[in-house]
Design a protein around this ligand. Structure first.
Ligand code: ADP
Length: 327
């Protein structure tokens, strides 16, 4: 009698956005009704984002916008407009290395909702796809009671928006916001490899996050970092690729060439307060490659860790901001 319930670490897992999620939350007690409520809340938060932003769902807001006529504002939810806005700002920041309209090129190389190609695309096919690429053709506005009546997207030509490189990160942020609103302040949220941690583990230590060795067979840990109150995103050229006639093709496309990247950056990890930003920046750096990417990271004071393929295995590169954040 008179015992205070002890905090427990609860696990919530499931499938969403063609991938899985794992959420670990320190809860005040093992109350099962409370646990069910949080499980529901997490899942609903993720389902909502998937329904709005998936390019694999023909009736998502994004798919309907992709089919809509150019030159007309198309009403969407605040969430979709926010993610498109952030994607556009990273497209600008990176001078187009990150391009939220790269979808037609991604599909051409067989990584989107369309099927895998049986051969590499011809110059003519690339030129045709390029006509539908260019983030400069997209605008996102948020409703402003004095000026614009509704939140909406606009395209000045028939582009195709693909949020694959940012939506999972955004989903992580939304789950983190949901948990915080429930007064839960110690958690680890992971959706398809994008991670955000808050507070400390029950033992008072930082969360420990493994960075994988960038090899295609098996999961081997390269290094483990201790972090708190931050998001962690890793982009790698080592897992999601296809092979054709002995050549490996990455799912990261350089919008300048229209082709998969070919440099020696095997994986890049970005730490940032927002998971959506970390997610998009990881893809940006993966496009830029080891040299231009590391320069970009230094210029923008980003916390970045890179593994670059060498004769000996992998070389580690890290910015001072990264070193300062990890324990
Ligand atoms: P990773 O974990 O390797 O970063 P993601 O799923 O987060 O993988 O992002 C890869 C996806 O990003 C690709 O499947 C493609 O849809 C999209 N993508 C590829 N190249 C670019 C690019 N240059 N800019 C924006 N998105 C891209």
């Amino acid at each position: 009698a008179g015992c205070k319930p002890a905090p427990v670490q609860q696990q919530f897992t499931g499938s969403i956005m063609g991938t899985s999620y794992h959420v670990s939350v320190i809860m005040p007690s093992d109350d099962s009704a409370e646990r069910d409520k949080i499980a529901q809340g997490i899942h609903q938060t993720l389902v909502d984002i998937d329904l709005k932003m998936s390019t694999y769902k023909p009736e998502s807001e994004l798919s309907r916008f992709n089919r809509a006529q150019p030159d007309e504002w198309f009403a969407v939810s605040d969430k979709t407009a926010q993610v498109v806005r952030e994607a556009l700002s990273i497209s600008q920041l990176s001078g187009g290395a990150f391009d939220v309209t790269v979808g037609p090129l991604v599909n051409l190389w067989g990584f989107g909702p369309d099927h895998r190609p049986s051969r590499t695309p011809s110059e003519a096919m690339l030129a045709e796809a390029f006509q539908r690429v260019g983030y400069q053709a997209v605008q996102a506005r948020l409703a402003d009671p004095l000026q614009t009546p509704e939140t909406a997207l606009l395209k000045s030509k028939a582009v195709y928006i693909d949020l694959s490189a940012i939506a999972k990160g955004y989903a992580v942020d939304q789950v983190a916001d949901y948990l915080t609103a429930q007064q839960l302040n110690q958690f680890m949220v992971e959706v398809g490899g994008e991670i955000r941690v808050k507070g400390l583990k029950p033992d008072g230590k930082p969360w420990r996050i493994a960075i994988e060795k960038p090899i295609s067979d098996g999961q081997v840990v390269q290094s483990v970092i201790g972090v708190t109150d931050i998001s962690i995103a890793t982009s790698g050229s080592y897992r999601n690729y296809f092979e054709f006639e002995g050549q490996r093709y990455s799912h990261t496309i350089d919008p300048k060439t229209g082709r998969p990247i070919t440099h020696k950056l095997a994986s890049v990890t970005v730490l940032h307060p927002n998971s959506s930003t970390a997610d998009a920046l990881a893809t940006t750096l993966m496009v830029l490659g080891p040299e231009a990417g590391f320069n970009f990271a230094q210029q923008h004071q980003l916390a970045v860790y890179m593994l670059v393929k060498s004769d000996r295995g992998f070389d580690e590169l890290q910015t001072s901001e990264f070193k300062a954040l990890v324990r």
